[in-house]
Design a protein around this ligand. Structure first.
Ligand code: GLU
Length: 469
């Protein structure tokens, strides 16, 4: 059975690239009727942020990426949090020490710094040749030590990556990395191998930054007599040709985009296509459709550039098809934030805005007309296209008041245009400016009257009348 995993470190932040890694692992597992596992890689406790695991879990949930096994839900291969697996790693480290594939290292920070100062680019295997007795003695004395992987000094290793093909690395380019730190915690370099094996992971899907260190992990699989997983390394998401999307630029977090008014599935749909080609020319796809079309062959070898404009467009398609109630629910926090306490029909406002925004945060700009009336510039009546001006507004204002009181506003405005020998567009322009003070509104005069209510519109027309006179 196919088993994939997403293995984030709890940094308090889900990068859009991490979300995409999770998504591909999820899609691949589901496509193959397999299982998707969430594993928390918290062995570097200096990087840990409080509440970070909850942030990851809630983000995956919002994104519609459901894990079969992991923290909270559990499973047969737990625990799924690495810091709770400390004893397991130590057991396998012992095995590697016995077979000579790992060794204890007592080198002090100072010695290592000195070594690097002398130009060394990697650890010099200084402690490898220490006698067993000396090792025992120093451990017994309570000296701090780490356990390092013993990498052959010559030769090379080749493995197959599903995206990048055959990858060969010379052992001389690899370092005897630390497997177990002096506090007894494993490093990523060790824990990923132990956990992927013990959790039955068949396909290891992760960022390309691990492509060249995978031969090290393969040596561990071999030393422990374990089968290696299938490797699928992914190119990063870029901000432009040369820079990755980064947290520092504040434009890389899943939550950041939710804050910006993107819908979770629109983000998921967009990033699915950043680095994977469904080969069906489709762009808008539901999660089920993504699962159905997903294949490793469609993964791109080159990195992809994030295009927020395109994501906005995709988002607008999802906004348009939202249930009116859902849209209103999603829009309400934006009204509360930017336009609270207006005496308008907010539900009707949602109806007007739904087809006119690409993201929910566009509401701020699209609803700015709500605040436009107060002291608006009378020059707005001047419109080149419609050939309207302030004098024309002054001439029409009483008729606008009468039309507002008429049973059918549009018919009344049309008659008014005919009577005055004007174009209908001219009258509508003057009318809408007079009642909103805004050049851009979602809908025309009739919609605005319905939104603000007849009494408020009549009050406004009176105000404008006195300003014009
Ligand atoms: N904890 C690693 C990271 O966040 C996981 C890499 C992997 O998937 O193996 O980059």
């Amino acid at each position: 059975m196919v088993r994939t995993r997403f293995a984030p470190s709890p940094t308090g932040y889900l990068h859009i690239g991490g979300l995409r890694t999770a998504l591909y692992a999820y899609l691949f597992a589901k496509k193959n009727n397999g299982k998707f596992i969430l594993r928390i890689e918290d062995t570097d406790q200096t990087r840990e942020v409080e509440g970070a695991v909850d942030i990851i879990i809630s983000a995956l949930d919002k994104a519609g990426i459901h894990y079969d096994e992991g923290p909270i839900v559990g499973g047969d291969y737990g625990p799924y949090v690495q810091s709770e697996r400390k004893a397991i790693y130590l057991k396998y480290a012992e095995k590697l020490l016995e077979s000579g594939d790992a060794y204890c290292c007592f080198c002090s920070k100072e010695r290592l710094a000195e070594m690097h100062e002398r130009g060394a680019t990697k650890y010099d295997k200084h402690c490898l040749h220490m006698s067993k007795a000396e090792v025992q003695e120093r451990i017994a004395r309570g000296e701090p030590y780490v356990i390092r992987q013993n990498i052959p000094e010559t030769g090379s290793s080749t493995y197959h990556d599903e995206v990048f093909g055959d990858v060969t690395v010379d052992f001389k380019d690899l370092e005897d990395n630390i497997l177990i730190k002096s506090d007894g915690m494993p490093t990523y370099n060790f824990a990923n191998v132990i956990d992927d094996h013990l959790m039955g992971i068949t396909h290891c899907i992760r960022g390309v930054e691990y492509l060249m260190s995978t031969p090290k992990y393969n040596l561990l699989y071999d030393a422990l007599g374990w089968e290696r997983p299938v490797y699928i390394h992914l190119q990063p998401i870029m901000r432009d040709e040369r820079h990755k999307l980064s947290k520092r630029d504040g434009d890389a977090g899943f939550e950041d985009f939710l804050q910006k008014g993107f819908l979770p599935h629109a983000i998921v749909n967009y990033i699915a296509l950043l680095g994977w080609n469904p080969k069906n020319n489709r762009e808008k796809m539901s999660m089920d459709e993504l699962i159905e079309s997903f294949s490793i062959e469609g993964l791109q070898k080159s990195s992809s550039i994030f295009d927020e404009t395109k994501m906005r467009w995709l988002n607008s398609l999802y906004v348009k098809e939202m249930d009116a109630k859902d849209f209103h629910g999603a829009a309400t926090p934006y009204y509360e934030k930017y336009y609270p306490g207006k005496k308008i029909d907010y539900e009707y406002l949602s109806e007007l805005l739904q087809s006119r925004v690409e993201t929910l945060s566009d509401i701020r700009e699209r609803a700015a007309f709500l605040d436009a009336f107060e002291n608006f510039d009378l020059e707005l009546f001047v419109n080149k296209k419609w050939k309207t001006d302030i004098a024309m507004a002054k001439d029409l204002i009483d008729d606008c008041i009468a039309a507002t009181k008429a049973p059918d506003l549009n018919a009344a405005l049309e008659t008014l245009a005919t009577d005055k020998g004007l174009k209908k567009g001219q009258v509508l322009w003057i009318y809408r400016i007079a009642i909103t003070g805004a050049a851009a509104t979602p809908g025309g005069g009739a919609e605005m009257v319905r939104l603000f209510g007849k009494d408020e519109v009549l009050r406004r027309l009176d105000v404008v009348k006195s300003r014009l006179n």
